[in-house]
Design a protein around this ligand. Sequence first.
Ligand SMILES: C[S@@+](CC[C@H](N)C(=O)[O-])C[C@H]1O[C@@H](n2cnc3c(N)ncnc32)[C@H](O)[C@@H]1O
Length: 281
Amino acid sequence: MLTGSDFNAVRQLVRQRAGIALGDDKRYLVETRLRPVLREFGVTTVADLLRKMNAGCREIADRIVEALTTNETLFFRDARPFEVLRTVVLPELLRKRAAERRLNIWCAAASTGQEPYSIAMLIREHFPQLLQWNLKILATDISTAALAVAREGLYSQLEVNRGLPAPLLVKYFSKEGNRWRLDRRVREMVEFRVLNLVGPWPPLPPMDIVFLRNVLIYFDAPTKQRILSRMRTVLRPDGYLFLGSAETTLHLDDSFEPLGIPRSCCYRPKAVSRRPAVVGS
Ligand SMILES: C[S@@+](CC[C@H](N)C(=O)[O-])C[C@H]1O[C@@H](n2cnc3c(N)ncnc32)[C@H](O)[C@@H]1O
């Protein structure tokens, strides 16, 4: 049984540490997601879990946050953004970066790896010349457990059935028991690192493409604004930002504009001359 004050204590912890805003209707979710954590730490109630945490077991805070992140993902999620990446974004960047031969891509909420690996496979299939460039695909997430799965690159039948075209399964995966292991060459294209979007960011190279998909939905408006404004400092002025289909920069950050391709969920920084003037400046 989760009391109101324990529910609030958990909500506060998760908001402070990960920016995740859990509404009043998420009590049941908290209760069910914390059940395995209670078992792991040998307690029977959330009150006991919080007591143990406050008595000095700091690991519990990480496990609570971990349990309350939603890691739902799939290969080539929503299809359309990947089509736009293949037909518009990458061809243009290939042209623009031909002299420097360097391309940086960041998946900023990579979960169990399906998203960055989809990008890596797409590049191998359609832009193999990029493999001779200085190409970096950085994949980050707050969840160490999700990143551990991502690094392994080992997926269940159900996971490879979701979004992965059969020819890519045949070409890039091999059966290991009843699971599928992604080819080492694709795994090695992606660097996985823990990064909390609401915490301090390590120094990052200027990014050409950022995938920030299906994570802003968990944050309140000021947190979304802060993250978008930090993204702008990391993204090159002619770079591209992909959001999830239920997310937008509109009414949050006027310095981005949609690419104008329906359902692409793709945005780019507005040229400084087209940004609205700040009143009083
Ligand atoms: C629903 S998944 C989205 C995965 C992938 N981007 C996609 O669209 O399929 C959301 C991910 O955001 C991560 N996340 C939540 N809060 C975060 C934070 N503060 N910093 C970094 N990642 C966070 C979660 O751990 C989870 O893996």
